[in-house]
Design a protein around this ligand. Structure first.
Ligand SMILES: NC(=O)c1ccc[n+]([C@@H]2O[C@H](COP(=O)([O-])OP(=O)(O)OC[C@H]3O[C@@H](n4cnc5c(N)ncnc54)[C@H](O)[C@@H]3O)[C@@H](O)[C@H]2O)c1
Length: 401
């Protein structure tokens, strides 16, 4: 347990629709977050943690068949989605809710009266019957909270990105291994039916050689003060690619800009170059007046477009491209002919990916599966983000990985 397998295929289960940002509009969210405790307020996200002797509070091994006791920290925008899915999963029991903001605690706590309320993360961890925690607090707090939870021998489901530095992510991966606990990262897109189908087509050889990845993930986004659009949105694309190909990039280049005085990038173009010439390009933007979610995979045999917003057919598989052959007449170096075949939209099941993620978390804890989006994947992604951040700071220079 705690070890990750790179190319694990999911069992054939029905799962589906991505809940994502549709849960709440950015305007609703802005008005709601405006009433929150500011992050730099006393006792803000990084409320002091006292984990002395937490190792002694380790939870007992989970008996198969019994419910897993799980607590959720962070009840802001995304946390309630985890709460809802952990509360609905027949294999988990939502025993604790935790938020340092009493208003959020009251709002969400009211809907789950059986769950105990913790004003601090340490209070929740002190419950020796608690098996696992889900962490949906702001990104800069992931490392410290996940570390404390692992030290307290809890299994951890943590939001993306795993940490803000590769050294921190490495430490978490090592700690999970040492403690023999599951460390799973909520790279939720990997659990969508579209990405699962893409993986099936890539690994089954139907796409052929992958020639490029191209993604546009833009909208009028909710500004984060503690992370840039790179750290906020790129983990989605990077985790999809990581799931599709068993290869890391050779180098990274990024260019970006910030429209606000605090200098946090709100528009970033990110490029990854892989061995053999494969190129992955991402356009990430919080300032776009329109919302676009296009993730394209160009292959030598088939190409695919995953458009999360197209509910009539999120995934389309194109038999379009070029065929390259030698010129029998010897006049040209090569002959290029165009293929313009069918476009197919595969039928995809409709089950919320977060519910699949929660089931998978339970499987991992019970030793029935190894994490698909485990700490190792989280670390690979943080390494790329860190390299991209260096490139941004250094005039878009190539940064080798
Ligand atoms: N997987 C996804 O698709 C997805 C989508 C949105 C956000 N996220 C991730 O979820 C995380 C949270 O994002 P958000 O938009 O919900 O943020 P948010 O600011 O809306 O909510 C964070 C909540 O955590 C609480 N909190 C802060 N420090 C805490 C602490 N030490 N202990 C307990 N509670 C604490 C805050 O009071 C707040 O209610 C981020 O890491 C983000 O990247 C993931």
């Amino acid at each position: 347990m705690g070890l990750e397998h790179r190319r694990v295929c999911l069992p054939k289960v029905r799962f589906g629709v991505f809940p994502g940002e549709a849960v709440e509009t950015s305007a609703q969210r802005r008005s709601r977050t405006a009433t929150r405790v500011p992050r730099d307020a006393p006792g803000g996200d990084m409320a002091p943690l006292d984990f002395e002797d937490q190792r002694l509070l380790g939870s007992a091994p989970v008996a198969r068949g019994s419910l897993l006791s799980v607590g959720v920290a962070g009840l802001g925008y995304w946390g309630p989605n985890l709460v809802r899915n952990l509360g609905a999963c027949p294999r988990t029991e939502l025993t604790w809710l935790c938020d340092i903001d009493p208003d959020r605690m009251e709002l969400i706590g009211r809907q789950y009266p059986k769950a105990q309320r913790a004003a601090t993360f340490a209070e929740m961890l002190a419950d020796k019957h608690l098996d696992a925690v889900a962490i949906a607090t702001p990104t800069p707090s992931h490392y410290l909270l996940a570390k404390a939870a692992l030290q307290a021998r809890k299994h951890v489901l943590v939001e993306k990105p795993l940490a803000m530095a590769a050294a921190e992510a490495e430490e978490l991966v090592a700690l999970a291994r040492e403690m023999d606990r599951v460390l799973l990262v909520d790279h939720v897109f990997v659990y969508t039916p579209s990405v699962r189908k893409m993986a099936e087509l890539v690994h089954g050889g139907e796409v052929g050689d992958i020639l490029f990845f191209d993604s546009v993930r833009i909208n009028l986004g909710v500004f984060q003060h503690d992370v840039s659009v790179l750290w906020d949105l790129a983990p989605h694309d990077l985790s999809i690619i990581d799931h599709l190909i068993a290869q890391g990039p050779e180098y990274v280049m990024a260019i970006g800009t910030s429209s606000t005085p605090h200098g946090v990038e709100d528009v970033v173009h990110l490029h990854l170059r892989y061995a053999g010439g494969l190129l992955a390009s991402f356009h990430l933007n919080w300032l776009s007046p329109v919302k676009v979610r296009h993730f394209m995979v160009g292959g030598s045999r088939r190409s695919m477009l995953y458009n999360e917003l197209d509910s009539a057919g999120r995934l389309k598989v194109y038999d379009r491209g070029i065929d390259v052959s030698a010129d029998p007449a010897g006049i040209r170096d090569v002959l290029i002919s165009y293929r313009s075949g069918d476009v197919v939209s595969p039928r995809l099941d409709e089950v919320e990916p977060l519910s699949r993620l929660v089931e998978h978390f339970a499987d991992c804890i019970e030793g029935r599966a190894v994490p698909i989006t485990g700490g190792e994947q989280g670390l690979r992604i943080v390494r790329i983000l860190e390299a991209a951040q260096r490139s941004l700071a250094d005039g878009s220079k190539r940064v080798r990985l």
